[in-house]
Design a binder for this molecule. Structure first.
Ligand SMILES: CC(C)(COP(=O)(O)OP(=O)(O)OC[C@H]1O[C@@H](n2cnc3c(N)ncnc32)[C@H](O)[C@@H]1OP(=O)(O)O)[C@@H](O)C(=O)NCCC(=O)NCCS
Length: 179
């Protein structure tokens, strides 16, 4: 597919009605990794429930008819947040002095990749925000660097490294203007 098929984007600020669809899409997006403890659907559900109660939570789901095909979610991180404390070197104040959006996850079902859907979900999520910057973490080795390159093509720049948990590889922290 080279053009974006008709999809509808829906924004959620609580998990109530979105949780089931998020888990449903996640299970297909991460199908090759679900056997790993950190990627199991239950582990994702636990993270989601935690993030869903954090300030500024927002999720955007893409629907083809009633079928959820992709998602992104994130929340606000304040000055001094663990997210920034774990980032090395310490990011410049201009990025951290005001709250920023942390994009925690983005995923699109394989059949809907390369259609512009992921970018539309990403942009729709940012359109709901007032923060000046958006940050995300990426495994620089994922897809031999292709995921990192994709985010660069979306305007993100590297600002440091972070290992959010002992089970996690060292990730690259990226940032760009949120609007
Ligand atoms: C990230 C994602 C939403 C981007 O969708 P998209 O804009 O349609 O872009 P693509 O799917 O074409 O991805 C760009 C390239 O990165 C590769 N890629 C994307 N995610 C990858 C992953 N998790 N592991 C390995 N390679 C990956 C793709 O194969 C593609 O490479 P290609 O151009 O050689 O085919 C989608 O690829 C996806 O859902 N990936 C799996 C989940 C994921 O990795 N999410 C990001 C981390 S939270």
């Amino acid at each position: 597919m080279t053009t974006a098929p008709a999809i509808e984007l829906r924004t959620f600020t609580t998990l109530d009605t979105a949780r089931g669809d998020l888990l449903d899409v996640y299970a297909e997006v991460r199908a090759p990794l679900l056997h790993l403890p950190n990627y199991a659907v239950t582990a994702f559900g636990e993270r989601l429930d935690r993030h869903g109660t954090e300030p500024g939570f927002v999720a955007v789901l893409a629907y083809a008819g009633r079928h959820p095909v992709g998602y992104a979610y994130g929340n606000t991180i304040e000055h001094g947040d663990r997210y920034w404390q774990r980032t090395s070197p310490a990011p410049p104040e201009k990025y951290t002095q005001r709250p920023a959006v942390a994009l925690k996850e983005i995923g699109v079902r394989p059949a809907w990749r390369k259609t512009g859907t992921a970018r539309r979900i990403h942009d729709a999520l940012l359109a709901t925000r007032g923060e000046p910057f958006v940050t995300l973490m990426v495994n620089p080795a994922a897809g031999d660097g292709k995921v990192h390159a994709l985010y660069k093509s979306w305007g993100y720049e590297d600002i440091g490294q972070s290992q959010p948990s002992l089970a996690s590889p060292v990730l690259t922290v990226m940032i760009r203007a949120a609007c």
